[in-house]
Write a protein that binds this ligand. Sequence first.
Ligand SMILES: [Zn+2]
Length: 93
Amino acid sequence: MSCRLCGDKGVLRIRYHDATPDDYGVCLCPRGLRLRASLDALSAALGVPAAQLGVVEALLEAHEIPANLLGPVAGHADIADAGRAAGGKKARL
Ligand SMILES: [Zn+2]
């Protein structure tokens, strides 16, 4: 296992403290990046509504994403902005 975020599954389940339904974030690691090519197919394969599936940098706060995954894909500022746009105040378990 080399990805600390998703355990090399490419997707991680994000549970919230409030009643918000779980979201599923597609990881920034190589496995996750491959899955991003077809999010529609992924949501069907997982049986997850498309509205609850997104890229992990939009669902998690920047500090929740291991720094080694950030690399050249997106900078901290980009991720923080994405988190705010996605409603970054949601609390995560
Ligand atoms: Zn990963």
